[in-house]
Ligand binder design. Structure first.
Ligand SMILES: NC(=O)c1ccc[n+]([C@@H]2O[C@H](COP(=O)([O-])OP(=O)(O)OC[C@H]3O[C@@H](n4cnc5c(N)ncnc54)[C@H](O)[C@@H]3O)[C@@H](O)[C@H]2O)c1
Length: 312
């Protein structure tokens, strides 16, 4: 199969490309705004460009993929607040254009990255796909809009498609600079011999999912003979998550054990906008394309720490 990965030089993209390239022809479109060329697999076809560029259609047609995994995005909540227009352009309009290019190029399937941010403050835990949606920031709003723009663009075509709402992803190659993910930030601090800071009392929960499980979900969805857009009757959005809550204190305890860090973590006041509890119910992904998260958090954290201790 020929698989085009937009955002293939980023955190999730690099992990995905490295797995796909063992069995498939892989192409990457990435503007390297947050991705890194040094992480791009040498055997991948690479086009450095913005997905908003007018030659997107011809780049997609040139690689002629069977499937597109659309990960390219403005992925930072903080940046979305600073520059909501750019966030909207890349995430909402960019996704519409990738979907349109896919239809023109005769692609069979598009899997597009969405986020737990589309739900906003969780009203129940774990959240099913049809839960109330009230995003709390421009990033969540652009991701939610991207889902419907892709659906509008592809509704009257034969392209199969799905939006995957990832929970909190962590693992090797995650960027800890800027906003980063909390686990990448903890690992980078520990690698420097410094005590990480926990905002809040550490009892807050997230649905932390190891990037290897995200790769597993995407490869399972690329392989399935089932229609993703039909979604077993409930539409093209899927939570891709562990369905479990992990406290920040559990993360800290596992990383202390893995790293041998003997000092305490520092506790500070909670930050505005941080929710207390969060998890997504991923039962639908199991029902439709037979995927569930397999990597327990202690193993994922140990693997992540090993990578940061060698590369961080
Ligand atoms: N990491 C998480 O916890 C998480 C959670 C939910 C959803 N997601 C989504 O998963 C996807 C991948 O996220 P990530 O964590 O790997 O982020 P990332 O920033 O590491 O990767 C995004 C990639 O897209 C590229 N890119 C950005 N804007 C572009 C543009 N206009 N044109 C072409 N390329 C562009 C960047 O250079 C980068 O390589 C994103 O869509 C993100 O919103 C991530």
């Amino acid at each position: 199969m020929r698989v085009l990965v937009t955002g293939g030089a980023g955190f999730i993209g690099t992990n995905l490309v490295n797995a796909l390239i063992k069995q498939h022809e892989v192409g990457i479109i990435d503007d390297l705004s947050t991705g890194h060329r040094k992480n791009v697999h040498p055997d991948a076809w690479l086009r450095i460009m913005d997905i908003l560029d007018s030659d997107l259609d011809s780049a997609v047609a040139e690689f002629a993929p069977d499937a597109i995994v659309h990960l390219a995005a403005q992925a930072s909540v903080g940046e979305s607040i600073k520059d909501p227009q750019r966030d909207w352009d890349v995430n909402a309009e960019g996704t519409r254009r990738v979907a349109a290019a896919a239809a023109k190029a005769g692609v069979s399937r598009v899997i597009s990255a969405s986020s737990a941010a589309v739900y906003g403050e969780p009203v129940e835990v774990p959240l099913p796909e049809d839960a109330h949606k009230e995003p709390m920031n421009p990033y969540g709003r652009s991701k939610l809009a991207a889902e419907s723009l892709m659906a509008q663009e592809l509704a009257s075509t034969s392209v199969d498609f799905a939006s995957f709402r990832f929970s909190n992803v962590y693992g090797p190659l995650q960027d800890w600079r800027g906003e980063g993910g909390v686990i990448a930030i903890f690992c980078a601090k520990l690698a420097a011999g410094d005590a990480p800071t926990i905002y809040g009392d550490g009892s807050q929960t997230r649905d932390f999912i190891f990037v290897g499980d995200i790769v597993g979900a995407i490869t399972a969805a690329l392989r399935t003979g089932r229609s993703l857009r039909d979604g077993g009757g409930s539409g093209p959005a899927y939570n891709v998550a562990t369905s479990r809550e992990t406290t920040v204190d559990e993360v800290a305890a596992n990383l202390r054990e893995a790293s041998g860090f003997s000092d305490s973590f520092v506790y500070a006041a909670p930050r505005d906008g941080d929710v207390d509890r969060s998890a997504l119910d991923a039962q639908k992904a199991l029902d439709v394309f037979a995927w569930d998260a397999r990597i327990p958090v202690d193993r994922g954290l140990a693997e992540t720490w090993t990578w940061f201790s060698q590369n961080g």
